[in-house]
Design a binder for this molecule. Structure first.
Ligand SMILES: Nc1ncnc2c1ncn2[C@@H]1O[C@H](COP(=O)(O)OP(=O)(O)OP(=O)(O)O)[C@@H](O)[C@H]1O
Length: 306
């Protein structure tokens, strides 16, 4: 299957000589939700802006829906909807007019049925005759998405879609993004809320100092790099980790009532079984046992600080 976005050996050096992107290679598959994670200044916006034709590339090749973004700019751009980080919505226009106008910018003939569907999908239909400036922040954000979808793009970029929105609205946005995917839209989002990537993404790319350091299926990433923790609450406190267990990745809590065993998801079964057997052999009783998996956030922090 031809990727919806194909980036090959992409480099970006800004006019001041700063190299913001270094040999980026990335393919985005049709219909996936791809989350691009990286610390501030890693190059996320630069990468998105190049794919969307807002910033010029220095070298390399980028295609969107099979069209080269330099040689075939119009076709490439037409296939993309972009919801930028900055809200640009201090407008006297009505929601309906603004969204219809955006479609016109791509040279597409008016299609009120599509505008109506987009506004309904984004719960903006009741607000269609309201001026944008009179809407709440959350509604304005929806208008930005509606504008980005007005010309029926097959690829949607969301740059920090939920920055500064409250938890409830964030959940609404996630729901909306899932619906878009069900409609067949390919979605690429950048986010600082790692929980957002964990919740939504099929695949995750991590960018650090202009380089993509990892691209991985989310579930595989979490099972590959994630750690699990097993906490055993003991009946009576221990003074130190028993000699039989000192070679294991095990710690004793300060009060002596808890043994904490950390293990890779892959080693799981053998290690835990051995541990529990040993505890039985040496007569240590526990009254409760809890496991915890590391979150994507912990994995991410580990990756970017390596
Ligand atoms: N026009 C420019 N000229 C020179 N350097 C720039 C320019 N735009 C961005 N940069 C630099 O390129 C690097 C990447 O910036 P970019 O905005 O792409 O990062 P980001 O990952 O999107 O960060 P954030 O999460 O803060 O939005 C930063 O060091 C930034 O200072």
């Amino acid at each position: 299957m031809q990727p919806d976005i194909s980036v090959k050996h992409l480099n970006k050096v800004y006019a001041d000589g700063f190299q913001a992107l270094k040999d980026i290679n990335l393919d985005i598959t049709p219909g996936e939700i791809f989350a691009l994670l990286g610390p501030n200044g890693a190059g996320k916006t630069t990468l998105i802006s190049i794919i969307c034709g807002i910033v010029n590339l220095s070298s390399g090749e980028v295609k969107a829906a099979g069209h080269d973004i330099v040689r075939d700019y119009r076709k490439a751009r037409e296939s993309i909807g972009l919801v930028p980080q900055e809200l640009n919505t201090d407008s006297f226009e009505t929601v309906w007019d603004a969204v219809s106008f955006s479609r016109g910018l791509f040279g597409k003939a008016p299609k009120p049925s599509h505008i109506k569907k987009v506004l309904k999908d984004l719960s903006l239909w009741d607000k269609r005759d309201n001026r944008i400036m009179s809407l709440s922040g959350g509604m304005k954000r929806r208008v930005m998405i509606a504008k980005a979808l007005s010309h029926e793009p097959r690829i949607l970029f969301l740059d920090e879609p939920t920055a500064g929105v409250d938890v409830e609205l964030r959940r609404d946005m996630w729901e909306m993004v899932r619906h878009l995917r069900e409609d067949g839209v390919t979605i690429i989002l950048t986010t600082h809320y790692i929980e957002e990537a964990e919740e939504m993404a099929d695949r995750i790319g991590v960018i650090r100092q202009g380089e993509i350091i990892l691209v991985e299926d989310k579930d595989r990433l979490m099972s590959k790099l994630g750690k699990k923790e097993l906490r055993l609450q003991l009946h009576s406190p221990l003074e130190k980790v028993p000699g039989e267990l000192v070679l294991e990745p095990i710690e004793l809590s300060d009060d002596g009532y808890e043994l904490i065993y950390t293990f890779d998801s892959q080693q799981e079964q053998a290690g835990v079984a051995r541990l529990l057997r040993t505890l039985g052999d040496i007569g240590i009783d526990y009254r409760d046992l809890k496991t915890r998996e590391s979150s994507l956030e912990e994995i991410f922090v580990g990756l970017v600080h390596e």
